[in-house]
Design a binder for this molecule. Sequence first.
Ligand SMILES: N=CN[C@@H](CCC(=O)O)C(=O)O
Ligand SMILES: [Mn+2]
Ligand SMILES: [Mn+2]
Length: 319
Amino acid sequence: MTSKRSLPAAIDMAPWQGRTDPEPDSERWHQCIRPLEAGDTPGAVLVGFASDAGVARNQGRPGAAAGPSAIRRALAPLAWHREGPAFDAGDVTCEGDALETAQDALATRLAPLLDAGHLPIVLGGGHEVAYASWSGLARHLETREDAPRIGIINFDAHFDLRDPTQVRSSGTPFAQIAEQCRARSWPFRYACLGVSRAANTRALFRRAEALDVLVREDREFDARRLDALQRDLERFIARCDHLYLTIDLDVLPAAEAPGVSAPAARGVSLALLEPLLEVIRDSGKLRLADLAELNPDFDLDARTAKAAARLVHLLTLNG
Ligand SMILES: N=CN[C@@H](CCC(=O)O)C(=O)O
Ligand SMILES: [Mn+2]
Ligand SMILES: [Mn+2]
């Protein structure tokens, strides 16, 4: 059960505003989402990770700390189609450069949510969120299984497999996770989908190969190949018992997601991304998801926030 101690003192529900329609059965998210309370029945739980310390360390454009509230504001007016409940569990905030403290705090927040049977959706924050998300899932699973078969599915223009012994940042989470898996003798199963060859060095491609990463480049995504991509994804999922889904919004084309640290010249469009996300959502194995890298400072008409909100909506549609 989610204990009182693992929840923040007060959850700010101010972003949850939007139009209210007079006719019946016309609810929107802002009318249905509730602040999470101890003992609530399992549902989708939003947790913000207000951090851009990892982006700053990675020489990127800071601003992602404001991502969680921008996603909430974009989600608030969307139509409600869920049967089950959705909750807001507030934010974990990174103070200054205290990234490791914030990552530990998020993992500590997530583990009891998973223990209680919730589906946490973490709203980033820079992609440093991924190490914290995985750590929360690991804490949940380590008491239950010897070597959990976790599949990490990352939609991203970047591998984020930089060497963490130099600096731990938004560019290193999956290398940090790989190191954790090695230390625990857990399998490391990582699919990185939407990678831009132009945006990743040869060293990163070599590291991905050494770690047996399932790689699909952005140029492989087109409507004619969607069935084949879907089958690849299903084969990957079959080798895992638990899925951690992470979406770096810079996988989308810059026209769909201008509000990120590193916009993609090509990218993978929402139209191709969504059917693959539905496969993951409907697999019965999805335990945890996050959305990373929204930077409202560079957004246009909240385009990126709206894309992120649509993805949260899609991932939570079946519950
Ligand atoms: N999380 C972002 N990772 C990318 C950023 C690339 C860039 O800033 O150009 C990376 O480290 O490769
Ligand atoms: Mn990226
Ligand atoms: Mn990334």
